[in-house]
Design a protein around this ligand. Sequence first.
Ligand code: B12
Length: 288
Amino acid sequence: MNTDVLSTRQVATLLGVGEATVKRWADAGEIDCFRTPGGHRKFRLRDVTAFVQKRQYQTAGPLPAAVPQGADELGEPAIRHFGEAALRGDAPALVAQLAGLRLRGHSLAELFDEIATPALHRIGDEWAQGKLSVAEEHVAAQAVIDAVARSQPLAEPPGEPVRADRGTAVVAAVAGELHDIASRMAACLLRAQGFEVLAPLAQTPARDLAALILRARASVVALSSTISSEVGEQVATCVTAAEQTGGRVVVGGEGMRKANLPADAKLLGSLREMETEARGAGRQPARS
Ligand code: B12
């Protein structure tokens, strides 16, 4: 884990600032970095995390609280901390926590499954019980969406960004489905595995998805459904398209679990399972 190394671009995405800002901070000694023989700055994840937690990056909004003790391990305190930060709309704090947990050796898929997902489920339960307003739930969901986008560098393996030569992955939530956070997480993880990701996300009609799968010659199709289980036909339309491109169709979410699915759609229970499944799909990673 301690060998995790990020490029300037990855650090910039993680912190939500421009590359020039990261270079300025590095040159001023605010974030520790080292240079490759070619002169490029490289950042150890632990140094970036230290910067995020101690100095903070003031251009990205209010200072996130340092991750308290207990919230830097998997488990209840971490889920609670994540949920509270989401409800404050504090995406930088979410990123800081995820970075801290990555530093301890957890994969981003594991953190999505074991921290972000239970935190969101709890927020949903509290909304359903009338303890949270719709506005509060929306703020939390948006903060998680922001954090997922900024976490892309945390998903990527050490060193250089992966070359996108694994083929194309199409990632979407089915028609009628507004819940697309799981799809966003799946897109982030597939991108990190070297897939070029086309992610129409929420509410994508099956016919349009099928056309996209064919046009993009998708090698992975990842579909999500949370509330609707009447999705068998939609999935079947995608499976038919994917058969023509040699693509693998994986599905997940509460709606999919209850659905009558075609045999060629593989139901997965977690994003970690998707990572494993995707490793065997598409072209294998190029070695440099
Ligand atoms: C945020 C949220 C919203 C946001 C969504 C924003 C967005 N861009 O996604 C908004 C405000 C739009 C929304 C709307 C609604 N929501 Co809502 N929402 C939620 C909430 C709080 C979080 C959802 C979420 O992102 N979870 C996190 C993801 C990552 O978890 P997950 O989907 O379980 O995914 C995990 C696995 O299932 C799996 N997985 C899922 N998909 C896939 C796909 C693949 C390929 C793989 C491999 C794995 C996989 O991996 C993930 C990680 O482990 C949930 C609570 C909950 N229990 O989830 C309620 C919840 C889903 N919503 C609910 C409801 C009722 C609604 C509305 C009907 C409310 C309304 N009256 O308008 C609408 C429905 C709109 C629609 N047509 O879809 C109910 C659904 C109850 C039910 N079963 O019918 C819930 C459960 C809240 C509750 N406790 O009552 N919602």
